[in-house]
Design a protein around this ligand. Structure first.
Ligand code: GLC
Length: 548
């Protein structure tokens, strides 16, 4: 089977609001991205995924769309969007838009109409249900939701609308009502939007909370579960199993329908945001590749920095997602703590982590600023712009931190750190939408560009090697046994192109015997191979190439 381009690519996520502000209003926009495309191109990423910049009240910063084919004025115009597509393509790169199909904003005209009465032309475009006990409200003013379903953010996901005297369902937050995909008109309208952007030249989509796109047709109650906190592998939580609210069989077939729509335009990337176990993820991806084809492997967002963890992870991924499946290695995004937070902000460890991410069998997806080791800020919940922390104000912060939850997503969305100047060169406005992290004088692109051994230059080198060595893009992976305890090693092979990657997760230097190869990459000068002996510094790593 021919390998699709999106199984061989490298992905860089841009959060437009925080990337670069070219018009001094304190928020980034499309023109800002345009002016920084050369940076991304030279860095070496091949595919850019841009978080939503469509028309939106921005209550969830673009993940609440009120017009899918219009650009939010603060981010620019349709011309800017088209120019972005064009300029990305001119550089030989690909561009991926963020499709939030599960829900719209309550400000969307569709919802306004749907909400206005029970018998308008869009009455059935969203999930409307009545209370099972309407008399309780009539007689006692008590609001009893249609069933026991909990939203993904916790609590009741049904919201009462007096205009219809009914409740609408929202999987995420109350201002994000879910569309009704059992209504063929909705499906048609969304597919037309997909076609609209494909016609304009986008290379595909990242699919927001795709696992909740269908809900049970009969609205059956979810069963009880002892689980409080949803996890990547098992999205059940808040004491209920998400049996009827997530990963419904119709969602798997919907992935195929969407693939068919995209196929009208060639080979397009569909990258799913899915929580669920391996079996479920594979149902969306499909072995034949006629579903989404790519799904983030989110379990690794909670990685532990040691060789055993990654050995097991790779083992599991290789067993569960063998060729022709392709995993996605992702350690950070706009919803979760940045990867460097998990490694005590240690840049040596960050280099090793990204050596792994860029050489293992999988598509790497990096979040803006991860390439320079941008760190999370700490902001009080009370002044958060992100709506989620307001929901959890009553929970002690230490508790949330101790269980590793990222509640205030503002903290991972601070402006990109370009240089040492005011606002780190992100904006010349008096005030930026979120404050720039205070460490910007040390952690920024300009400074790291000048330092040959910086994290940024390490990543740049690795991205270049990836383009030169087909084994890294499309080769098989075999873990190497009998290495020192803290060392992880694997072989990548494609035809006669054969490489070995050796990573020392220990803090102490180590050495061991290996096959003799040429060193084509090393984290530090002291990571080397002499005859058959490899010497790795603490957190050092090396790539060896074998003559064919
Ligand atoms: C996804 C997005 C997140 C957004 C949510 C609702 O999880 O990544 O940022 O808030 O969906 O659209």
């Amino acid at each position: 089977m021919k390998i699709p381009w999106y199984h061989k690519t490298t992905i860089y996520q841009i959060y437009p609001r925080s990337f670069y502000d070219s018009n001094q209003d304190g928020i980034g926009e499309i023109k800002g991205i345009l002016s920084k495309l050369n940076y991304l191109h030279e860095l070496g990423f091949e595919t850019l995924w841009i978080s939503p910049f469509f028309s939106s009240p921005q209550t969830d910063f673009g993940y609440d769309i009120c017009n899918y084919t219009d650009i939010a004025p603060e981010y620019g115009s349709m011309d800017d969007a088209l120019q972005l597509i064009d300029e990305v393509h001119k550089r030989g790169m690909k561009i991926v838009f963020d499709m939030v199909m599960n829900h719209t904003s309550i400000e969307h005209e569709w919802f306004k109409e749907s909400r206005s009465s029970r018998d308008n032309s869009k009455a059935d475009w969203y999930l409307w249900q009545n209370s099972p006990l309407p008399f309780l409200r009539e007689k006692l003013g008590l609001k009893v939701p249609p069933n026991n379903w909990k939203s993904m953010t916790g609590g009741n996901g049904w919201h009462y609308a007096k205009e219809r005297d009914e409740y609408y369902w929202s999987s995420f937050l109350p201002f994000q009502p879910d569309l009704n995909y059992r209504n063929p008109e909705v499906k048609k309208a969304i597919f037309e939007i997909v076609r609209f952007w494909l016609r304009k030249g986008v290379d595909g989509f990242r699919l927001d909370i795709f696992n909740v796109i269908y809900k049970d047709a009969e609205y059956r109650n979810n069963p009880f579960s002892p689980k409080l906190i949803p996890t990547e592998e098992d999205p059940s939580g808040f004491f209920q199993e998400a049996k009827y609210t997530m990963n419904q069989p119709e969602s798997f077939s919907f992935a195929k329908e969407l693939r068919n729509v995209c196929n009208e335009f060639g080979e397009k990337i569909l990258l799913g945001e899915i929580t669920g176990n391996t079996e479920i993820i594979k149902k969306y991806m499909t072995k034949k590749g006629d579903g989404l084809g790519l799904v983030f492997n989110f379990e690794m967002l909670n990685f532990k920095f040691n060789a055993d963890y990654f050995r097991e992870l790779i083992n599991k991924i290789e067993r569960d997602f063998p060729d022709p499946f392709m995993p996605v290695y992702v350690f950070s995004n706009h919803d979760r703590r940045r990867s460097i937070h998990r490694i005590g902000e240690d840049f040596r460890k960050a280099k090793l982590l990204h050596l792994l991410q860029l050489t293992v069998r999988g598509v790497p997806a990096m979040y803006y600023g991860e390439e320079i080791g941008m760190t999370d800020s700490k902001f009080p919940f009370s002044s958060a712009l992100d709506p989620i922390p307001h929901k959890f104000k009553w929970v002690p912060r230490v508790l949330l931190d101790s269980i590793g939850l990222t509640i205030n997503r503002d903290e991972v969305r601070t402006p990109m750190q370009w240089d040492e100047s005011r606002n780190s060169g992100f904006s010349s406005a008096q005030k930026t939408w979120l404050p720039v992290h205070e460490n910007f004088k040390a952690v920024n692109i300009e400074t790291e560009t000048k330092d040959a051994n910086s994290l940024l230059n390490t990543i740049r080198k690795l991205l270049k090697i990836r383009t030169e060595e087909s084994a890294l893009r499309e080769g098989s992976l075999d873990l190497i046994g009998n290495l020192p305890k803290d060392v992880l090693g694997y072989k990548r092979k494609s035809g006669s192109n054969e490489l070995v990657v050796l990573l020392n997760f220990g803090m102490k230097d180590t050495d061991f015997e290996t096959e003799k190869g040429d060193c084509i990459f090393r984290i530090t000068e002291k990571d080397e191979i002499k005859n058959n002996k490899v010497e790795l510094t603490g957190y050092g790593g090396i790539i060896l190439k074998f003559p064919n």
